[in-house]
Design a protein around this ligand. Structure first.
Ligand code: GAP
Length: 514
């Protein structure tokens, strides 16, 4: 099965089991907007908590806030979003479809890279055990030609983006003979800049209306509260302010399910440091954030750093942590050294001093900032796509299983009475009433036990317990583990410890701090 087919199955699965629904579905949906269902919200909440606890609880110099989505419109002028938060767009005149010029070029480069990989695979098959990949890549003429081609396109694109040269960007698309995927034609318009912010009016009478924006990032809510938090929290540099919240962007190329949405959630942290120390902290946060991702056990090879060619208007260093989604390696989190740009601009626009008096150096300065900014929805997608498995079992049967890290699983324990009579449901309810204070449990008495196991596998429940007639006598149940499907008879009194051992926040978060 291709990755594309697997991804389609995953999207269908997410809907069928109540993880993610298209927004406004009964009105035919709203493009690039999604709702989280009854299990989706549990997984999302667990991801939020895993991030919040790792960032706020485990760092005594990081605190959290929850700022409003509506903010004074001048904030977005100061931050540069009104002037520079743009995407370069190009339209195909025949299909009338609109594309991001840089995305068209990146896809073109990806295709060249795929060609190189195919060539290497051909070599591997041809030479068998004697194959030396390094030597092959360094000498094969087809590989060398394609590597050079990809590098050329890449560097011309980087220069055009850096210089904001829209004509050069268009010329590159023409030179690469990139065709519209829909019409197949190369009949392109000019490249134009398009601002991504949504606007609305504040005030009840339209004449009095004030244009305000839906925030395109949560970060500015942190910057404008820098003094409030620093003073009331008596924070000493270096310190961080974290926030989880909605952000809105009028994305033109909105594809790939919840990867690129118009309404999404960010988990951001701004770390305020002494000027001159920002690169040290930037490196620190790159490593620390990578460790957080790796602690989830989705596979270390699924993550990689990508250093930015084109720095955003506020940064002096920036990198993405990319994740290998079913459609390739893409940005999951950004780590940005934002200098004193934001605080400096708010100081300039408001005339209020956004400074910190450093008792160690006896100096006042505008702190520098290192930001970590991760998409909650993208993290959700990374978890689902890495753990969705269509599995053939030894007995020939098939199952779909979500091997979600136990700490994030929406339901931790399924409680299944073998039959709906003979006092078994009552015994099961008694166990549930005890354990529901500790974990999210689900009671299910419908259908055969095999079908019930499959349902729990499909939603990623790490443990199921079955209550049978003997349970009434010996106070033991059968516990079944999701991944190994191994079953064991255990005392009911041990259940809390057994499940806790697998799902405990302490155990999982301990891996982040190592
Ligand atoms: N404050 C910095 C900032 O907003 P960004 O790289 O534009 O930086 C940070 O966004 C993260 O937010 C991204 O790494 C991504 O995970 C997530 N994100 C951005 N745009 C998104 C979108 N349209 N849909 C879903 N997630 C998005």
């Amino acid at each position: 099965m291709t990755q594309e087919d697997l991804f389609k199955n995953l999207i269908a699965h997410a809907k069928e089991y109540g993880f993610i629904f298209p927004s406004s579905e009964i009105y035919d949906g709203l493009s690039a907007v999604y709702d989280y269902g009854q299990l989706g919200v549990e997984l999302k909440n667990n991801i939020k908590r895993y991030w919040w606890d790792a960032m706020v609880r485990l760092h005594d110099n990081i605190v959290g806030i929850d700022s409003a989505i509506f903010m004074h419109p001048r904030i977005w002028e100061a931050s540069g979003h009104v002037g520079a938060f743009n995407d370069p767009l190009i339209d195909n005149k025949d299909s009338k479809k609109r594309y991001r010029a840089d995305v068209l070029l990146e896809e073109y480069i990806t295709k060249i890279e795929e060609k190189i990989d195919k060539e290497v695979e051909k070599g591997r098959k041809k030479f068998g055990d004697a194959f030396d990949e390094q030597q092959f890549r360094a000498t094969n003429p087809n590989v060398l030609r394609n590597v050079q081609k990809a590098e050329e396109v890449h560097s011309r694109m980087a220069v055009a983006l850096n210089d904001n040269d829209l004509d050069a960007l268009r010329q590159l698309i023409v030179d690469c003979e990139i065709a519209c995927p829909v019409s197949g034609s190369r009949n392109w318009t000019e490249v134009r800049q398009f601002n991504l912010m949504f606007s609305t009016q504040m005030g009840s009478v339209s004449e009095d209306a004030n244009v305000i924006y839906l925030r395109p990032e949560t970060a500015q809510g942190i910057f404008v509260n820098f003094l409030n938090v620093q003073k009331t929290g008596r924070m000493k540099i270096p310190f961080g302010i974290a926030q989880i919240g909605k952000a809105f962007r009028n994305e033109i190329v909105a594809r790939q399910f919840i990867f690129r949405m118009r309404e999404f959630e960010q988990m951001e942290m701004q770390f305020f440091v002494r000027p001159g120390e920002e690169i040290k902290w930037y490196e620190y946060w790159k490593e620390t954030r990578l460790r957080w991702h790796q602690s989830l056990g989705l596979g270390d090879a699924k993550y990689r750093f990508h250093n930015h060619e084109k720095l955003a208007h506020y940064a002096n260093a920036a990198a993405d942590i990319e994740f290998e989604f079913p459609f390739g390696f893409k940005e999951l989190e950004g780590i940005h050294s934002r200098t004193d740009f934001d605080l400096g601009r708010h100081q300039q626009f408001t005339g209020k001093k956004m400074q910190y008096f450093d008792p160690e150096t006896n100096e006042s300065y505008v702190p520098y900032v290192v930001e970590t900014s991760i998409g909650l929805d993208r993290t959700f997608l990374s978890v689902l796509s890495a753990t969705y498995i269509e599995e053939k079992l030894d007995n020939g049967e098939e199952r779909v299983v979500l091997r979600i890290p136990a700490v994030l699983a929406p339901i931790k324990l399924a409680i299944l009475p073998l039959v709906k009579k003979d006092g078994l449901p009552e015994k099961a309810r008694e166990i549930m009433d005890n354990l529901k204070f500790d974990f999210n449990c689900q009671y299910d008495e419908k259908d055969s036990i095999g079908k019930r196991y499959r349902r729990q596998d499909a939603i990623g429940t790490p443990y199921c317990i079955t209550i049978d007639h003997q349970s009434l006598e010996d106070n033991c149940v059968t516990i079944r583990e999701r991944d190994s499907m191994k079953q064991e008879r255990v005392p009911i009194a041990n259940l809390l410890t057994i499940v806790d051992d697998l799902v405990s926040w302490r155990k999982w978060l301990g891996k982040v701090t190592k």
